[in-house]
Design a binder for this molecule. Structure first.
Ligand code: 13P
Length: 263
């Protein structure tokens, strides 16, 4: 089966409900004019998913745009309980989420999330049938020290600890080198391909060839309309996790058009 290109926009801590509503209205107008994009979505060649802050997810749920999926940027592994400030996976499902981002480098490096916590979250998401977008990626020091692939290996295999191979098919992996996030410094097409190919190889080892070839591996880190086509043309890159460039309709649509050009 031909792989769908997933263009996922991680809004991070941007856009409350009002701004989210205005973005959705503008995106809807833009999609009305771009029939080639909507055709590609309907024929499942391209998939769009946006990840607003928790508080703006109800706006997506109410708007209920048929061309756009949405998800959470994080979730707790427990279903409920005394975990002040946390949101659970069943709560995200109640608001129509299709995905949840787990193990983003900002969660790992700013909020101290460990491999073990990411693994518990991944298992919980899969148990509830919510597709995780699992983020992995090395820091600049790790890359300069020649450790990029071993860091990816550790993060991925520890997240998959205890995960049943058949459930693993639902996982999307985002390779996001930390030094490329928000810096304007994208990984070269070849480096991004090498890392994404390595991720797929780990799935072959862990879950077998069939599952591994169906897993979508995204690249993230300063993706823009200028560099998207080169990255998306790589054989092991099935989409992008986009931060800053997903905050404006113009640049998000620009990236979608670049994706159409590589189909
Ligand atoms: P930027 O696209 O702003 O570099 O962010 C990437 C990212 O962290 C997406 O999750």
């Amino acid at each position: 089966m031909e792989q769908r290109i997933l263009l996922a926009g991680n809004w991070k801590m941007h856009k409350g409900p009002k701004e989210a509503l205005s973005f959705l209205g503008d995106l809807d107008k833009a999609l009305e004019l771009e029939k080639t994009i909507t055709e590609a979505i309907v024929s499942k060649k391209i998939e769009l998913a946006l990840f607003p802050p928790f508080i703006s997810i109800p706006t997506f749920c109410d708007f209920n745009h048929k061309m756009i999926k949405w998800g959470g940027q994080n979730a707790h592994w427990e279903e409920k309980g005394a975990f002040t400030g946390e949101v659970s996976i069943p709560m995200l499902l109640e608001l129509g989420c299709s995905y949840v981002i787990l193990g983003h480098s900002e969660r790992r490096h700013i909020f101290g999330e460990t491999d073990e916590m990411v693994s518990k979250k991944l298992t919980a998401a899969l148990d509830h049938g919510l597709s995780p977008v699992l983020c992995v990626g090395e820091t600049l020091d790790e890359r300069n020290g020649g450790k990029a692939l071993s860091v990816i290996r550790r993060q991925l295999l520890s997240a998959l600890e205890g995960v049943d191979s058949t459930k693993a098919a639902q996982i999307v992996v985002a390779y996001e080198p930390v030094w490329a996030i928000g810096t304007g410094r994208t990984a070269s097409d070849a480096d991004a391909q090498e890392a994404c190919n390595f991720v797929r190889g780990l799935f072959v080892e862990r879950c077998g060839q069939n599952i591994a070839s169906g897993i979508r591996v995204l690249y993230g880190g300063s993706v823009s309309p200028k560099n998207a086509a080169g990255l998306l043309r790589q054989p092991d890159i099935d989409g992008a996790l986009i931060g800053g460039a997903s905050l404006s309709v113009e640049s998000y649509i620009g990236i979608i058009k670049e994706a159409l050009s590589v189909l």
